[in-house]
Ligand binder design. Structure first.
Ligand code: GLC
Ligand code: MG
Length: 572
């Protein structure tokens, strides 16, 4: 689905191309999906860890943002080696977060408020504490092939008498193979050794994960974010991976290419199978969104085809993996087109700015671009996904000490290097107000320390002051309900440091302009605006331009300023 791009602004007319032929849009197409990291949203019982009742007590806040759905990172039973991404019971809630009744209450209250609830579906691996793993270790009938078991060649001098089956690495660095003494074989783990990978060539595994999906759908869950999709299946012949040709140490995951441990045919097939199962639930329709880092061709293939659809959308992570604070307007344009020009007309786009695995937006780009980034994700065509706190421009807590460190990836790296890998800085508690522990918990000691900037950077402050990030966010969420943003065409343009795009549907036309540079710019956006004037609908807080009007050929943008403007004619 190619979106037109205007190279020279002055004389070119924009060709309108409808972004989607879909007429009746579904909830997951029109909603903003708000990611809640349950450990850090709100603690109801004072143990310093966020929980389900805490989330329920704050649904009013989520609703007030205007978003239509929440996605919860895992709350299932877990030994918490990887913060709940290591599940030991796929059918129950971990006591740290509450009970099944607490969850049912959350679901009911959310639905009463017309908020959808999406859960995490962790499919690539389980905890080593799940009973299935032990059964597989003991080769119990039916469980023999549930995990990826193998032995390399016999080697008397190797620690366990056998070589590794391959050179595959764990994404958290170091060998991806772990020896099991009972079974006398290695098992493969894409992440920590306490997370053995499931084998998607086993029908037993597929049947069991189908049951998991149905269990939660039957309970009324509105969809899933499918975790670590690329790593679901591995090459059946355990072929070695080639070095990527960089200067990283050989134990670093990125030292190797991942031809044989990512994006395997079985993975695409299983996703399509789950889509079929998901489509059996149509009242209300459910969603499958996929965690898919990788090269564009592999990623967009997860959409599947008209006959065999895959996920409703694979996450578009290119604003995370390709956009830097040094990127130019040209780069931004390229990244937007990278997605739009590589998906098919029927594929629904999406924009992810951050999550619990990535540095926060205000830390990556600087707080001055926080509104601009929200404007991009919320006003480009498709679904926007917001990580909790990005509406406030929360920042990473980079002062977390080694002793305070929780993330297994960071712990794996040791005290000298932990900050290179640590995801704790973006996972610190949500900053509600300026009371003890930022209003997150009554306990002054929380599972991760609160970012000390909570005293001024908090939700209460921003909801009560007049010009704040959260108000900009709310205005953008409201604006995106218009047809121009839901269904309108997209045309982009670059003028110096300014990246701009139009969204047009019938008579409704908007222009969005973002100044990536540190100097004030006056730009000609007339080629994007069907009518001669533009009036500001939403302004970033550093622009002070609410309701300002401009001739379309002379729009003033403050340094790092961002504006969403409506095209209009003074004479009409
Ligand atoms: C997913 C999660 C991440 C976790 C990883 C391994 O990528 O988003 O938080 O560490 O899986 O479990
Ligand atoms: Mg708690």
């Amino acid at each position: 689905m190619a979106a037109p791009r205007l190279a020279l602004l002055a004389l070119l007319a924009a060709t309108a191309c409808a972004v989607s032929p879909v007429d009746d849009l579904l909830w997951w197409q029109t909603s903003v999906i708000y990611q809640i990291y349950p450990r850090s949203f709100k603690d109801s019982d004072g143990d310093g860890v966020g929980d389900i009742k805490g989330i329920t007590s704050k649904l009013w806040y989520v609703k007030n943002l205007g978003v239509g759905a929440i996605w919860l990172s895992p709350i299932y039973k877990s030994p918490m080696v990887d913060m709940g991404y290591d599940i030991s019971d796929f059918y129950d809630i971990d006591p740290l977060f509450g009970t099944m009744d607490d969850f049912k209450e959350l679901l009911e209250e959310a639905h009463n408020m017309d908020l959808k609830v999406v859960m995490d579906f962790v499919v690539s691996y389980t905890s080593d504490q799940v009973p299935w793993f032990n059964k597989s270790v003991h080769r119990e009938d039916g469980f023999d092939d549930w995990y990826v078991w193998a032995r390399g060649e016999r080697n008397e001098s190797a620690e366990h008498g056998y070589n590794y089956p391959s050179n595959w690495l764990s994404a958290f660095n170091g060998p991806g193979w772990e020896w099991n003494d009972v079974r006398q074989e290695f098992y493969f783990h894409s992440f920590t050794k306490e997370q053995p990978d499931l084998n998607y060539r086993s029908q037993g595994v597929i049947d069991e994960m189908d049951r998991v999906l149905k269990f939660w759908f039957d309970l009324g869950v509105d969809g899933f974010r499918v975790d670590a999709v690329p790593q679901m299946a591995e090459d059946a012949c355990f072929r070695n991976e080639e070095p990527a040709g960089n200067d990283l140490p050989p134990y670093d995951y990125e030292y190797l290419t991942h031809k044989y441990t990512q994006h395997q045919p079985e993975t695409y097939a299983t996703i399509k199978h789950w889509r079929e199962l998901t489509d059996q639930y149509d009242n209300p329709p459910r969603v499958l969104m996929l965690e898919t880092y990788g090269p564009i061709d592999e990623v967009v293939d997860y959409y599947g085809t008209t006959e065999h659809p895959g996920g409703h959308f694979p996450f578009n992570f290119y604003f995370i993996t390709e956009l830097k604070n040094t990127s130019s307007a040209q780069d931004l344009d390229r990244i937007v087109h990278k997605w739009m020009d590589n998906i098919k007309a029927i594929d629904w786009p999406n924009w992810v700015l951050g999550n619990h695995d990535q540095r926060r937006v205000a830390t990556r780009f600087g707080p001055q671009l926080a509104d601009a980034m929200n404007m991009l994700s919320l006003l480009l065509p498709g679904t926007a996904i917001t990580f909790m706190g990005e509406e406030l421009a929360m920042e990473d807590h980079l002062g977390i000490t080694w002793e305070e460190t929780q993330d297994p990836w960071a712990i794996n790296a040791g005290p000298d290097e932990y900050m290179v890998y640590s995801r704790d800085p973006e996972r610190t508690p949500f900053q509600w107000d300026n009371t003890v522990s930022a209003g997150f918990s009554t306990n002054p000691k929380t599972w991760l320390p609160v970012n000390p900037n909570y005293e001024w950077l908090n939700a209460e402050n921003q909801l009560h002051l007049r010009i704040t990030h959260v108000l900009v966010y709310q205005n953008l969420v409201r604006l995106r309900q218009l047809d121009a943003f839901r269904r309108g065409s997209l045309t982009t343009a670059v003028v110096g440091d300014v990246f701009a795009f139009s969204r047009v549907y019938g008579d409704e036309a908007y222009v969005v302009a973002i100044n990536l540079g540190g100097t004030k710019e006056t730009v000609d956006l007339s080629a994007l605006s069907p009518l001669p004037n533009l009036v500001v609908s939403v302004s970033s807080i550093n622009s002070f331009a609410q309701y300002a009007t401009f001739p379309a050929d002379a729009v003033v943008l403050q340094p790092y300023g961002a504006l969403a403007l409506r095209s209009y004619d003074t004479t009409s």
